[in-house]
Write a protein that binds this ligand. Structure first.
Ligand code: BJ8
Length: 430
């Protein structure tokens, strides 16, 4: 199977999208090799991972064509960088919401021609994809919606607006009643911006439909995550990570069905005792900053050292799907109120105080049967980095093995991280 897998190319399509085709043509072969080595070399993968492998094979072609077709049909296509942007309202307008966070080292140099070097790699990578014209998703969106979660993001949006229409929503940094009201107003403005593209105002039924669709997607991911918590686990952490990354660019109804199909297979594997690693494999919960595609660095190191990642407390992880929206609203205002309430439960470290997140990590630690926590912080992300202090204290108080790492996308520190992770795993094994 691994030799058959190829990330597909379509230079004609990329040309139409105004990409730097000569440069981008090197990307699919690189991704093909990386995916074969990191994912397809795993033993005993669930058969229904085939759909998700196929999504990766079509990441720069088939899925882009689907999005272009929708756009030609007048559907809005919105790029986002944060799980605070309510995709339910995009789906309600018949549109497509695409996560544009950057997880690749290859676009950082493009960004550093303009941005300072000492800011978060996720922001630099995303910005570099646009200025280098090396991301088909960035080329296809009508507009992007940024937010004010951190300084690196909110100041970069001012520059990004020179290359693609960039709206910014203000995310409050506290969770008092007045902050919730501010956030609700931002949600309403977002709805207006999306509706402006279609020229139609989405009504109550359409919003209800958008909420049901995304609730179903989040519920499917919850089911998948609780199945992987079995010990021995029926699916690897690396495969879980790629599915959670695909959640940000796949068509939501199809994705939901495919996640359920995989869950059905995992249930059978659990019953039959088919696992990806022995019961004795140390179980690690990863918490912290998101890992955008194709950032597989930490999972590769952990699982390469014989442990298993059993949970991601992250926005590309449980923070994206742990909460659903109450579907019982009777009018639009109540819908938006309940949507706002759901989004205010997201426990990003940009909030102060944010102790709910510490509780959430501990809850997920219990639920996943983890035996240690590795807190993952992207370089220069001050809020997660500082919040790791409280998380460490909470873990020490409970005797939970804890390690914090700070890294970027470069391969330079892989050896050093391997050594630290291996020592941590030895500590867990006792
Ligand atoms: S809700 S985690 S997706 S902001 S890692 S760019 S915060 S410097 S990604 Fe995030 Fe929304 Fe929060 Fe989630 Fe800035 Fe930190 Fe970089 Fe970050």
């Amino acid at each position: 199977m691994s030799d058959e897998f190829v990330v597909k190319s379509d230079p004609e399509l990329w040309e139409k999208l105004g990409m730097d085709v000569a440069r981008f043509s090197g990307m699919p072969p690189m991704l093909t090799n990386a995916y074969r080595n990191i994912f397809l070399s795993q033993q005993n993968r669930p058969e229904r991972m085939a759909y998700f492998d196929d999504m990766v094979a079509n990441i720069h072609t088939g899925r882009i064509r689907e999005i272009c077709d929708a756009k030609d049909g007048g559907k809005p296509v919105i790029g986002t960088f944060c799980v605070y942007v309510p995709e339910e309202l995009v789906v309600a307008a018949g549109g497509i919401c695409i996560g544009l966070c950057g997880g690749a080292q290859g676009s950082i140099a493009d960004a550093e021609k303009i941005l300072p070097r000492n800011i978060c790699p996720m922001v630099k990578s995303a910005f570099g994809f646009k200025v280098g014209k090396i991301c088909p998703y960035f080329q296809v969106v009508d507009l992007v919606y940024g937010e004010t979660t951190c300084d690196a993001k909110k100041k970069t949006w001012e520059l990004l607006d020179r290359y693609v229409p960039t709206h910014v929503m203000e995310i409050p940094q506290m969770k008092r009643e007045r902050d919730k009201q501010l956030w609700k107003e931002e949600v309403k403005d977002f709805k207006v911006a999306v509706d402006r593209i279609t020229g139609n105002e989405t009504d109550f039924e359409a919003v209800a439909d958008g909420i049901r669709t995304i609730n179903a997607k989040r519920a499917a991911l919850q089911r998948l995550n609780s199945l992987r918590h079995h010990n021995p686990s029926p699916i690897s952490g690396k495969d879980m990570l790629i599915i959670q990354q695909i959640a940000f660019y796949d068509e939501p109804v199809r994705f939901t069905q495919k996640v359920h199909d995989l869950c059905d297979e995992l249930e059978k594997r659990v019953q039959a005792g088919i696992a990806v690693a022995p019961k004795s494999a140390p179980r690690i919960l990863v918490s912290g900053t998101p890992m955008a595609l194709p950032n597989w660095k930490l999972h590769s190191i952990i699982e390469g050292a014989g442990a298993l990642v059993v949970n991601e407390e992250s926005c590309i992880g449980t923070r994206y799907y742990k909460d659903l929206i109450d579907e019982g609203s009777s009018d639009m205002d109540q819908q938006l109120e309940r949507l706002t309430e759901r989004y205010m439960k997201i426990d990003c470290s940009c909030f102060t105080p944010n102790d709910d997140r510490i509780e959430q990590v501990l809850k997920e630690y219990e639920a996943s049967g983890a035996e240690g926590i590795i807190d993952y912080c992207l370089q220069f992300c001050h809020t997660y980095n500082i919040e790791a202090v409280k998380l460490r204290e909470a873990c020490e108080a409970r005797g939970i093995p804890f390690m914090a790492i700070e890294t970027d996308y470069s391969p330079d520190d892989v050896g050093q991280l391997q050594t630290r992770v291996e020592a941590f795993i030895e500590q867990i094994k006792g």
